[in-house]
Design a binder for this molecule. Structure first.
Ligand code: FAD
Length: 669
């Protein structure tokens, strides 16, 4: 590496999920960008579970995609098992999820980055920062080389003073290298740099389960779950263009723990390293020990057995993390049906690492202390690939925009889950690994996974990170959505007429004989867009057929027959045209279903916001009996706030619970 690289605009440190999106976004703004990472070969590595998306997380992937990010397109290339979670629930809480072939995921991500103009990839380890007063001026590498830059994005994941644990063994490492005993070195120099500049650092931990040999699993006794066919793409580009994803889908197995498993876990708890018993880990991805401790009455826990790829025997047993000594991990696994003869490929381990309290960041993810220094990903206290990617795209875009003196890109809570994530982090901070849930978003009826492009692509275009092709695809989709909604609002029939067409819905007695638009009908429970459009089209075809019959019997020389035949032909053509295209259907249906609720939700949030100074009585009982919709985690955290403004600052207290508390307090008087 040269000792000084003058003229680089932005250096992104780390080639994980935050770093890849940050580097690509910065380069898309036109900034000359370097991605500096310890090993080129591990760029895009899925360190833990081989899957992308899920509830809340899937929304983030769609939003990253809407900003022309990489994650959605990469998982579409690498996916081997796809599902839309919560399919039976409302459109707002559905979440796309896919399992990836690890190798294809990594190589696809690397290929996308290699093709990115303005981006150079360098192998090396960042040790320190160069500063000019309180502005960043570059990066010092472990070999002493310096890279001059006007902005730096740090995305070092679990590596910042990373320390791994298995049983009573511990060793300095950022993580293990794939399915091997080999480790990747921790990032110590940068941790010391951040400490030197008085950034508030604290420790978090996370864990990964053992990897097992699929050839030693008795698949025959296990239930399996196939992928959805055909899989729905994550990327709007693929969905709108109708790109078929690779036809190589695999099934996952279902294994269960049992009383014997739980006995081994609890009896061996003393063999766990102390941070794994008492450290702050991901609440919603708990170790098996934490699950057994927290739910002693549960007789079993499900573990999805997820193959890690098409050309490997390695299987990821989801939900079985816990860094017990290897022989205990083996006993735990072998106590489960179907795994009696299983062999471990690599034991599970925990990693403990430094993170920076994210209240030290602006909404652009630039640090408040050092101008031009941005942070994104696990280093900001989050957990998960999707949360990392979401921050990466914002930090990278803003770093690129800053060096070009262009306006920054800030995403609001009412615009995207990305906005919710960043606002939660920078205004409230976090004391445990933060992951995304739909309940964290107060505007979740409008922030759906189906409409991320309509919410964000325009904004990304203005920031210069969305290409022309993506923008055109979004405009095409927006046109289709608007046209369909307008048509459905303008198609009005009496309630009796809807009944004659076979569309039945509950109505108040007083509204009998009244008219309803197709959009209003779709808003009724159990009525779908597909049913309504099919019924309308059938009615149009029937009418056209009647007109045609009548035309046959009309006097031939009066011109009436011709006019009637023309009318019938028009009716048939109109029936065909009055159907929403597949790529717009989900959004159109959701817009119809939620139209009234969205208005109510906005009003409710406005009322709540206006009353921030309202005092919360000290005698409120923060119990499940008094506040049933408020989760156990929130009740634990709500330590008697005195006003709603103070309650709003508590990390982990969701806006929905705050609104519930508001109604509870105002009703009580
Ligand atoms: P990472 O993906 O960790 O990438 C960091 C990158 O920075 C790497 O490429 C690394 O080489 C590079 N790097 C580090 N230091 C330097 C340096 N000084 N110079 C140059 N490059 C550097 N997520 C969950 O959602 N649930 C879980 O249960 C879970 N468990 C996990 C268990 C383990 C053991 C590990 C390792 C991770 C786990 N994850 C889990 C976390 C998941 O891997 C991260 O959330 C995600 O990868 C974070 O992305 P990132 O981009 O912030 O960092």
């Amino acid at each position: 590496m040269s000792t000084s690289l003058g003229g680089v605009d932005v250096v992104v440190i780390g080639g994980g999920h935050a770093g890849c999106e940050a580097a690509a976004a910065s380069a898309r703004t036109g900034a000359r960008t370097v991605l500096l990472t310890q090993k080129k070969d591990t760029i895009g590595e899925l360190s833990c579970n081989p899957s992308i998306g899920g509830i809340g997380k899937g929304h983030l992937v769609r939003e990253v995609d809407a900003l022309d990010g990489l994650m959605g397109r990469v998982i579409d290339e690498a996916g081997i098992h796809f599902r839309m979670l919560n399919q039976r629930k409302g459109p707002a809480v559905r979440g796309p999820r896919a399992q990836a072939d690890r190798d294809i995921y990594r190589s696809t991500m690397q290929a996308f980055l290699q093709q990115q103009p303005n981006l150079e990839i360098m192998e090396g380890s960042a040790e320190d920062l160069l500063l000019d007063g309180d502005a960043v001026r570059g990066v010092v590498c472990a070999d002493g080389a310096e890279i001059a830059a006007r902005a730096v994005v740090i995305t070092t994941g679990t590596f910042l003073r990373g320390k791994c644990y298995i049983g009573d063994r511990w060793y300095w490492a950022g993580r293990h290298l794939r399915d091997s005993a080999e480790t990747e070195p921790p990032s110590v120099g940068l941790a010391e740099t951040l400490e030197r500049f008085a950034f508030p650092l604290a420790r978090l931990k996370t864990g990964t389960p053992p990897r097992i040999d699929g050839n030693t699993i008795d698949w025959g006794v296990l239930d399996t779950q196939p992928s959805e066919v055909p899989p729905s793409p994550f990327s709007y580009m693929n969905a709108v263009r109708g790109v078929a994803l690779a036809d190589r889908l695999i099934a996952c197995g279902k294994a269960y723990t049992n009383a014997e498993t739980h006995r081994i876990v609890m009896e061996s708890a003393h063999l766990l390293p102390a941070p794994s018993r008492d450290g702050v880990g991901p609440r919603y991805c708990p170790s098996l020990y934490k699950k057994c401790e927290r739910f002693p009455d549960r007789t079993q826990h499900l573990s999805w057995l997820e193959p890690e790829g098409l050309n490997t025997n390695v299987v990821y047993p989801n939900g079985l993390s816990g860094p017990f000594p290897e022989e205990v991990q083996l006993r735990i696994l072998r106590s489960m049906r179907g795994l009696e003869a299983v062999e471990i490929v690599r034991p599970g381990y925990d990693v403990e690492y430094d993170y920076v309290q994210p209240t030290s960041l602006h909404h652009t993810l630039e640090t408040k202390r050092i101008g031009g220094l941005f942070l994104a990903g696990q280093i900001c206290g989050t957990t998960g690939y999707e949360e990392a990617a979401a921050q990466g795209i914002v930090a990278g875009a803003n770093a690129g925009l800053k060096v070009q003196a262009r306006p920054s890109m800030v995403i609001g809570r009412d615009e995207a889950y990305i906005g919710v994530l960043i606002d939660d982090l920078v205004t409230r901070g976090t004391d445990e690994p933060y992951r995304m849930f739909t309940s964290r978003a107060e505007y979740r009826l409008s922030l759906r996974q189906d409409n991320a492009d309509l919410r964000l692509t325009e904004k990304g275009r203005q920031a210069g990170i969305v290409g022309a092709e993506r923008y055109e695809v979004m405009q095409e989709r927006r046109g289709d959505v608007e046209e369909s909604v307008a048509r459905l609002m303008g198609t009005v029939r009496t309630i009796d007429a809807w009944g004659t067409m076979g569309i039945h819905f509950e109505t108040a007695k007083s509204s009998e004989g009244r008219k309803k638009s197709a959009a209003e009908v779709i808003a009724c429970p159990d009525v779908t867009l597909q049913q309504v459009e099919a019924a309308l089209n059938m009615a149009s075809l029937n009418a056209a057929s009647d007109t045609l019959q009548a035309a046959r019997h009309a006097p031939g020389d009066s011109g009436v027959a011709t006019a009637m035949a023309e009318a019938a032909a028009e009716g048939i053509a109109a029936a065909g045209a009055a159907r929403t295209p597949a790529w717009a259907a989900e959004t159109v249906e959701a817009q119809c279903k939620y139209a009234n609720y969205v208005t109510r939700q906005v009003k409710e949030m406005e009322t709540w916001r206006r009353n921030q100074d309202l005092r919360i009585p000290a005698d409120i009982q923060y119990t499940h009996e008094e506040l049933p919709p408020v989760s156990a985690e929130e009740l634990e955290k709500a330590v008697r706030p005195t006003t709603f403004a103070a309650a709003g600052q508590i990390s982990g207290l969701t806006p929905n619970s705050l609104v519930y508390l508001y109604h509870y307090v105002t009703k009580r008087g």
